[in-house]
Ligand binder design. Structure first.
Ligand SMILES: Cc1cc2nc3c(=O)[nH]c(=O)nc-3n(C[C@H](O)[C@H](O)[C@H](O)COP(=O)(O)O)c2cc1C
Length: 319
């Protein structure tokens, strides 16, 4: 048994570092893709060098304008978004955004997406030639236009194909694969990704959902549907992280509704090596920094536990 919150003494700098495959992170708090811009936008609010790592906005082969407004609405304990994967395109990212990021010591991962295998491969090829990235995160929650629009991430055979192709293209750097939560058996999908060469798995993306105004009969977003994120999804995603942890040996990164230090510890407890923080950065742009400080205090102030104890304490038994 560990006690939380711990009796707080003085906040001393403690070792919060974690290992995610070949990457050593100074702490387990990572800014999530699409919620932290290209990183630079947040540099006046958060010292980027303090973060465990940072995953930039999803990058496609060509620039994308994204979905019509409104793109974000608040829902009970959460948020619904339909951004439509707006981004500057991989070439402009390399030419215009990456040079500024190179000034920081924080590991930067590029989130990559596409609608065909060739799209994914092409984006990674362009990034392979650029300096200043620590790795890639493959977003496989996208429709495969050559397969009737079925999501890459929903079928083990397609997961194998897309991760295998990306693995070949990503010769230089670690490859994380970000899973879709919209699957029947996430363990099956996780194994397919691991066997095809993923170095770590991010669990998970947003949950397809709707918000409408019954008076007008219209969606509250510019699109009919969007992706649900925030505290509302944390218990569901926590279970998915646990299931993936049981299914594969490679590191798992928990992502969904992390808002408080307790959320970070819960994910670590079920076996995540690190967490990502998404929606929380909208309510509080310095949320990542706050969580790192909170973790530091929790661990340095606790006589009764360390992060290792918390992870070791999880029994996985019900009740
Ligand atoms: C506004 C917004 C934009 C997002 N854009 C991306 C994206 O480009 N690529 C991606 O893989 N995930 C994207 N996501 C998903 C988040 O990275 C994360 O998986 C999800 O929001 C769940 O975490 P949270 O509850 O901490 O927000 C986006 C989420 C939001 C809210």
């Amino acid at each position: 048994m560990v006690t939380f919150p711990p009796p707080v003494t003085t906040a001393a700098a403690v070792d919060l570092s974690v290992q995610v495959g070949s990457l050593r992170l100074r702490n387990p708090v990572i800014a999530a893709s699409g919620t932290f811009g290209y990183g630079i936008e947040f540099s006046h609010l958060v010292d980027l060098n303090l973060l465990g790592a940072m995953v930039v906005k999803g990058l496609s082969r060509e620039p994308m304008e994204g979905a019509p407004a409104p793109r974000i609405v608040e829902t009970p304990s959460g948020m619904l978004n339909a951004i439509g994967l707006q981004n500057v395109g991989v070439k402009a990212f390399v030419a215009e955004k990456l040079p500024a990021l190179r000034k920081y010591a924080v590991p930067v991962l590029a989130n990559v997406f596409g609608n065909t295998l060739e799209d994914y491969v092409e984006v990674i090829r362009t990034l392979e030639d650029a300096e200043g990235l620590a790795g890639y995160e493959l977003n496989i929650s996208c429709p495969n236009v050559k397969c009737g629009g079925l999501q890459f991430g929903s079928d083990p055979a397609m997961v194998s194909q897309v991760v295998g192709a990306a693995r070949k293209a990503a010769a230089k750097r670690p490859l994380w694969v970000k899973l879709s939560p919209l699957v029947t058996d996430i363990g099956l999908i996780a194994r397919a990704a691991a066997e095809a060469g993923a170095d770590a798995l991010t669990v998970a993306n947003t949950y397809p959902a709707m918000a409408l105004d019954f008076r007008t009969g219209k969606s509250r977003l510019g699109n009919p549907t969007g992706g649900l994120s925030g505290p509302a999804i944390k218990p569901i995603t926590l279970k998915l992280v646990w299931e993936v942890r049981e299914a594969v040996e490679i590191p798992v990164i928990g992502l969904g509704g992390v808002e408080r230090v307790e959320d970070v510890l819960d994910y670590l407890c079920v076996g995540a090596s690190a967490v990502q923080v998404g929606t929380a950065s909208f309510a509080d742009p310095a949320a990542t920094r706050r969580l790192i400080d909170g973790l530091d205090e929790a661990v340095s102030g606790a006589k009764s536990f360390t992060i290792k104890d918390i992870v070791a304490n999880f029994s996985g038994e019900i009740g």
